[in-house]
Each structure stands twice: as C-alpha cells, then as structure tokens.
Design a protein around this ligand. Structure first.
Ligand code: CO
Length: 142
C-alpha cells in the first residue's frame, strides 16, 4: 500500500441543508456542490470543496430506510466524522493488498460518489477509522 492523497473526509449529518448552511456561513466555504442521492448506498451526498483543489468534505445524510448512516446517527445524534477516503492509483491491487493483510473489506468494490471504484475497510482493522479507498478520479465531479 502506498498512501495516496486524502480525497475527502466523510461527515454524517441528520440535516443536510443545515450542514450546508454551516459550512457556508460559519466555515466560509464558497464551493459547495449540488446535493444528490445515491440510492444504492442509502445516502444523500453533498461535497464541500476546500480551496485549491484540496480535500473535500463529503456530507452524508440518510436516504430511505436502513441507511448505513442511520446507525451512526443513532450513536452520534449531531452527526460527526464518519470516514476518511484516500486515493490509490489501482483499486484492484489495493483491495488485494488489504485482503492479504487480513483487513476486513466491507462489501464489494463499487462505484462511489466521484464515479470511480471504491471500497471500505472495517474501522476495527484500521486503528478505529472507517477507511474508504478510492481510485484516483481523473476529473473532479461538481
Ligand atoms: Co466517502
């Protein structure tokens, strides 16, 4: 594993519009994407950019019943830091490496919010941090 760029920090929220207002008015974010649904993942997503193509904040709100975010929000009613997402050049090689290292990869590799393949690794195998590994996007989605 060669550590790549920190693409985004996933932040769960019970109220997407309130979080967007917070990032705009309190944190001074000027580049905020349009929220969109990812029904297969059970989340509604909004990306907040930090300047100069830096790391994004991925706001995540539950979508539908049984959203993976719902259990997190039950434990953290205000929302909070949910996962870190690192880029890798080759998602297939990265998955093989994590699995060979005995890390629990959660579910199949699938297309993530940036349109590139991603997988998640269990926080109990990752020093307590739910970790998303994503193939480096060639064009940033807005
Ligand atoms: Co993410």
């Amino acid at each position: 594993m060669k550590l790549g760029r920190l693409n985004h920090v996933g932040v769960a929220t019970p109220d997407l519009e309130a979080s967007i207002t917070f990032w705009r008015d309190v944190m001074g974010a000027t580049q905020i994407g349009e929220p969109f649904d990812m029904p297969e993942q059970g989340v509604r997503v909004c990306f907040v950019d930090t300047p100069d193509g830096g790391t994004q904040i991925e706001l995540l709100a539950p979508l539908g019943d049984g959203s993976p975010i719902s259990a997190f929000l039950e434990r953290n009613p205000l929302g909070g830091q949910h996962h870190l997402a690192f880029e890798v050049p080759d998602i297939i090689a990265a998955r093989i490496e994590f699995e060979a290292a005995g890390k629990r990869v959660l579910g199949p590799t699938r297309i993530g919010a940036h349109g590139t393949p991603v997988f998640f690794v269990h926080p109990k195998d990752m020093a307590g941090v739910l970790t998303e590994i994503m193939e480096t996007p060639h064009a940033v989605r807005r």
